[in-house]
Design a protein around this ligand. Structure first.
Ligand code: UD1
Length: 433
């Protein structure tokens, strides 16, 4: 079941917090090291359950990875004997699909368990397969596994459009991009995702010796090379973690200085926070300050691909809008089912109705602490934020979701003056010898 956070509400967040490296950048960077024939060193890697799970999966396919603490991971492929990512590990984390592109491109073969759905929706992989098929991979589905083969051991460059029903796909863009680096000839990816995490990946691949042009645009042009070598990179700061603290500052009427933040990645978030009554200022490069002294105001927001407001900060914004007098409308266009936090927030006294893929939030005067259950990573963050602003004690259960994507969250919140304590899950009693 995981640990529980016990949050005593009513304290405004005050002080400084440093943002960790981005989970969603670290995962593809780690997978990309499978493409390299040399040693790769990644810095600013967050110590998260998802990162550790991916390292376990990468070790099974031959990556020797040394986790040195202080966020440094040094790794090198030492064996290419197994190219299979087992269900038991893949089922823990969808991002294991990132092995598919690198393995089939470098080794000509990959077998990766289908990740399946999750609580935030169906999350198909058709665009990942479309990208790799365009590069010549022969793909079949075999007893729940995706099996990909490159005829003659090598993929070939191609022109591929990756736009999907919800816009571009971050994961499919990353997979196709990684694979195209070792394909024969030129690849053009149209409709590529423009999320900053894709830029981070593309720059890292170029440092390994790849030739990627158009970085930051929806048209990536890759000229394949025969091999890739050593490279190092520092993982970009986590814009979702930064946004979570920004929302926390605004929600609690606090005053928080956030270090290691790329505000240029967060225009839509800053815009909505200002509209809702927060003051957001860039103190110097990489440091911003968020505070709120006046009343919260309702806003209308729609999640869409970057540079629009990110789906991974939707739940946190909803938590804040629960206390904004008036009516807010939050529309989820990336994962229309990503609304499991609404019922839990309502149990805390919020007034939210779901209409189609929108949440209609009527601001209430107060939230009251109670027992709530997290259902996914960002819902967990939203419930913790709601607990910070609620009256009395909130117990947020299933905190293992939060641990997948937030590094030392409770320590960071405590340093900002919050009263948050972790209660360890009851472990089965040790058997007598
Ligand atoms: C990544 C992030 C996740 C974030 C999401 C959207 C990582 C590890 N995860 O997930 O935190 O919430 O981007 O910003 O980086 N789709 C298809 N077919 C596909 C793939 C996706 O239809 O083959 C759809 C999805 O159902 C969704 C939309 O495209 O509606 C965007 O998904 P995608 O960008 O692929 O999300 P992920 O890469 O899985």
């Amino acid at each position: 079941m995981g640990d529980t956070f016990i949050v005593e509400g009513g304290r405004a967040l005050q002080g400084s917090v440093r943002v960790s490296g981005a989970k969603n950048a670290a995962l593809p960077l780690l997978a990309a090291t499978l493409l390299s024939e040399g040693r790769c060193v990644l810095r600013n890697v967050p110590d998260l359950v998802d990162v550790r799970t991916l390292l376990d999966i990468l070790r099974e396919v031959g990556l020797a990875a040394d986790w040195r603490g202080n966020g440094v991971v040094s790794c090198r492929v030492e064996s290419q004997a197994s190219s299979v990512a087992r269900y038991e590990l893949v089922s823990k984390m969808r991002a294991s699909i990132y092995l598919l592109g690198p393995l089939v491109a470098r080794r000509g073969f990959a077998k990766v368990s289908l990740p399946g759905g999750c609580v935030i929706g169906l999350r198909p992989v058709d665009l990942h397969l479309k990208g790799l098929r365009a590069l010549g991979a022969e793909i079949s589905l075999d007893h729940g596994y995706i099996v990909a083969k490159a005829p003659g051991g090598r993929l070939r460059g191609a022109h591929v459009f990756l736009g999907g029903p919800m816009g571009s796909s971050v994961g499919a863009t990353a997979n196709t991009l990684m694979a195209a680096c070792l394909a024969d000839g030129k690849t053009v990816i149209e409709g590529a995702a423009c999320e900053p995490e894709i830029d981070d990946l593309a720059h890292f691949l170029n440092r390994m010796g790849a030739t990627i042009e158009g970085i930051g645009t929806p048209r990536l042009v890759i000229t394949g090379v025969p091999s890739l070598g050593s490279a190092s990179a520092s993982v970009m700061p986590d814009r979702i973690e930064a946004g979570t603290f920004m929302v926390g500052a605004a929600l609690t009427g606090g005053d928080v200085r956030i270090e290691d933040v790329r505000l240029d990645h967060m225009a839509a978030v800053v815009d909505k926070l200002r509209e809702a009554g927060a003051e957001v200022t860039e103190e110097e490069e990489g440091i911003c300050r968020v505070r709120r002294t006046g009343a919260l105001r309702p806003v209308h927001m729609t999640t869409l691909p970057y540079p629009a407001y990110p789906t991974d900060l939707q739940a946190q914004l909803v938590a804040m809008l629960c206390l904004a007098p008036g009516i807010s409308v939050v529309t989820e266009k990336i994962y229309p089912d990503r609304f499991h936090h609404l019922a839990e927030l309502n149990r805390m006294g919020a007034d939210i109705q779901k209409e189609g893929c929108s949440a209609i939030v009527r601001g209430v005067e107060r939230l009251s602490g109670t027992d709530v259950e997290a259902t996914d990573l960002r819902a967990a963050a939203a419930l913790v934020l709601a607990g910070l602003a609620a009256e009395g004690r909130t117990r947020v259960h299933a905190i293992h979701y939060l641990d997948r994507g937030y590094e030392r969250m409770e320590q960071k919140l405590v340093a900002l003056g919050a009263a948050v304590a972790r209660e360890a899950a009851q472990r089965p009693a040790a058997r007598a010898a």
